[in-house]
Design a protein around this ligand. Structure first.
Ligand SMILES: NC(=O)c1ccc[n+]([C@@H]2O[C@H](COP(=O)([O-])OP(=O)(O)OC[C@H]3O[C@@H](n4cnc5c(N)ncnc54)[C@H](OP(=O)(O)O)[C@@H]3O)[C@@H](O)[C@H]2O)c1
Length: 289
């Protein structure tokens, strides 16, 4: 009998992540979800368990992915629950209404959307490789829930990558964080070539979730009346991207609505991807990771 497949879904307490965790639980996978807000996490864990088929296993971990100490703890807890990860869905994140500096001295939009997936992916790489060694090439996948917002960021703010100083245009900073998702996917796909592990980015478009509640008034009113998809629509796309054979080749691609989204040049720039990788490592090293 083949081993049960394992999916890690960050941000499973709400929206896209919760719907995705429910879908995998319904398919009988071992689902490891993560959440932050205690009430939403407790409710989501209950719903994911209710959606699970009898052969599924559900674990739910809690922590603030804006903090690398908690991201590291979550990575270690995952290592305690499984020796393999077949699919990692870096979904947690979102926009903020203003600058929040963490007790680690970092900025939350950058850390939650980019640095946490960067660290979590690094820490779970041995488990992804274990799954890849036991699977067909391309079956093991790392997916980023990015955003079309990356198109509105011309570049990373290289002089102040975390936007810790000066003005803080919250939506613009979010656009940069989602550009970081694209650049990380690009850099990771290059590093994973020939590993049997494939990575892609999803740009979901507007989705009606709890997303807007974390943003400023302009973001909330923009999204309130915008036509959009349900979290379940997007979860269906993520399940396909995680499991369907056609997504198991040519890593580093973007997808929107079951169609390939040609990544804009600044989101697939070799130099920018390499620079972001190095800068991210430096920040983590500075924090002791
Ligand atoms: N909704 C959209 O229109 C849209 C469009 C493009 C891209 N996206 C992206 O889709 C992803 C999922 O968002 P969503 O729309 O499903 O919004 P959501 O309903 O707010 O869900 C976001 C999830 O991420 C978690 N999260 C956020 N910051 C976190 C942190 N610092 N530490 C731990 N967990 C954190 C949230 O936890 P809590 O429950 O504690 O808040 C929640 O589980 C995000 O990366 C977002 O940028 C969304």
């Amino acid at each position: 009998m083949s081993e049960q497949r394992v999916v890690v879904v960050t941000g499973a307490s709400s929206g896209i992540g919760k719907a995705t965790a429910e879908a995998f639980a319904g398919m009988g996978w071992h689902v490891i979800g993560t959440g932050r807000n205690p009430e939403r996490s407790a409710a989501a864990e209950k719903d994911i368990r209710a959606a699970a088929s009898p052969d599924a296993r559900v674990d739910f971990l809690r922590g603030d992915l804006a903090l690398m100490s908690e991201t590291m703890r979550i990575a270690n807890e995952i290592k305690g629950l499984t020796s393999r990860v077949d699919v990692l869905i870096n979904n947690a994140g979102g926009v903020r209404d203003k600058r929040y500096v963490t007790k680690e001295g970092t900025e939350e939009t950058f850390t939650a959307n980019h640095l946490a997936p960067f660290l979590l992916t690094r820490e779970l790489m041995p488990l992804l490789k274990t799954a890849a060694a036991a699977s067909e090439p391309g079956a093991v996948r790392v997916l980023a829930v990015a955003s079309m917002a990356y198109l509105s960021a011309e570049s990373m703010n290289w002089d102040d990558l975390q936007n810790l100083n000066g003005d803080f245009p919250a939506s613009g900073v979010y656009c940069q964080a989602k550009l970081a998702n694209m650049l990380f996917t690009h850099g990771l796909s290059q590093r994973l070539e020939d590993s049997g592990i494939v990575t892609h980015a999803l740009v979901p478009g507007v989705v009606h979730t709890n997303f807007a509640s974390h943003g400023d008034e302009a973001m909330q009113s923009f999204l309130q009346d915008a036509p959009g998809k349900t979290a379940e629509d997007v979860a269906g796309m993520l399940v396909s991207m995680a499991t369907a054979p056609e997504f198991g080749t040519n890593g580093g691609r973007g997808f929107y609505d079951f169609e390939e989204h040609a990544i804009a040049p600044h989101g697939a720039d070799d130099q920018a991807a390499a620079r972001l990788w190095t800068e991210s490592e430096k920040i983590l090293e500075g924090l002791g990771y």
